[in-house]
Design a protein around this ligand. Sequence first.
Ligand SMILES: [Zn+2]
Length: 581
Amino acid sequence: MTTLHDLNDGAADTFTRMLDGIYEHSPWIAARAADDRPFASLAALKLALQASVARATLDEQLALLRAHPELAGKAAIAGELTAESRGEQASSGLDRCTPDEFAALQSMNSRYNERFGFPFILAVRGPTGQGLTRQAIIATFARRLGNAHADELREALRQVHRIAEIRLNALLGVQLQFGAAVMDGAETLGAISDSADGLTCAYLTPAHVRAAQQIADWMRAAGMAVHIDAVGNVVGRYAAAQAGARTLATGSHYDTVRNGGKYDGRLGILLPLAVVAHLHARGERLPFDLEVVAFAEEEGVRFRSTFLGSSALAGSFDAGVLDAVDADGVMLRDALVRAGHDPAGIGAIARDPAGLLGFIEVHIEQGPVLLERGLPLGVVSAIAGSSRYLVELQGVASHAGTTPMTMRRDAAAAAAEIVLLVEARCSGVDALVGTVGQLEVPHGSVNVIPGACRLSLDIRAADDALRLAAVDDILAGVNQICTRRGIGEKLFKILEIDAVPCAPHLMDALGAAVERQGVPRFDLPSGAGHDAMCMAQVTDVAMLFVRCGNGGISHNPLETMTADDAEIAGQVLLDFLRGLA
Ligand SMILES: [Zn+2]
């Protein structure tokens, strides 16, 4: 078995020879990384090989892509694949395609090649390394055929790096301590759903209650004292070496959006669980109580009210929400009782800030920033604040055929200008984003000039002054557009939440742990809200983001991440916990 030590120690050409076949027919990649030795970790080696490709010319990158065989293509049929490729294609059953599947792959292979000028490349061993199904491969192929050229070039290179990562793991005999357990756990939880197809786990539904039981079972098996609190949070406590210690809390939510992803929220439960199981197996205790909290509700799907789990811990649970009613007319208060909870007990869940050391949340990034930078992890600097408005525009509905263009008061045309204004004002400013997510012409008709239009505004930034300045400009712009067009406007502020900065000492501790894994520290803001926002009301918080695959898509069944990224996140969390006095 080759070791990292062997790779670091030999001559440059020995290093290149040992890595032969990691990148298909492209020994120059290892050769150019040889000077960067010694590598502190496997992660550092992988990053150096990736950097070697990133520094190469476009022609060299294209040559690398073209060195790969088509999936179930001519080379596969002729038996001309490298041993690595043959094994990978067989792991997904690509050598056992039905005639229809084979025909579909051939047709897509030729269309893809014609469109992009290189063969379709997919790490068919998938995010766990165990192999994708043929159906998943064909679906991915069909989806990526629609990508823009530049996007697909980057995606193809990322797939090449993923293939190399899996081959390197095999070469070095890497055993994942945490990654496989996290991915398996996400599959098991992901199969517990309110709907027959896709993953929906809404607050206090039968699937939600079953998911809680499953998490509680895992926590007990990992050596934790477990209880499910009055709001449905599953709380596991791994006791400190000595009694009377303070508590470090970590966790995330186990509810999902409709047809959501398997890792959103759940990663932040499963990863600490795997780390605690590891500590427990070694008989190792920490100098503080570690509490892993699986928050019952964050997404706001069923009762249109978010952060029910973490607000209860933070002591800011709004008791008025108990009267909220779901789409079937079930009151939240009654849903709690039916699930075996006592609504009167929610107030007592609140934590005493004096007993808390802090709160750490591990979460999938839910965006493309880490993916595009080729980094597995990021340290969150702040959770963005947001301003939301509803805008109602009043024009004049009149005949689409008889009203001259100069004599119209078209509410939808004004809305279109507002959409572009939001886009322009929020573009080019780092960490500022603006979105019109709802746009509606009430009672619109094909032959009537829109007399009214309703739209939403959502402006977010990690810096409150930046956000509020953008909001001021946009509202002033809305006013100008409406005045010029003779349109009436009504503005309703729906929400205003300030940004939540992460605690610098916790960020630094996380960042140092990331660097000890041989990965550069990279800080980024979170554009999405997270449970850590609520926990910040009672204690210092920090977040660790893990790279999201598939272009960074989330709140979607396509949400994905790899076992290797989970592994490195687990190593960082373990190192962070051990170092936290
Ligand atoms: Zn989430």
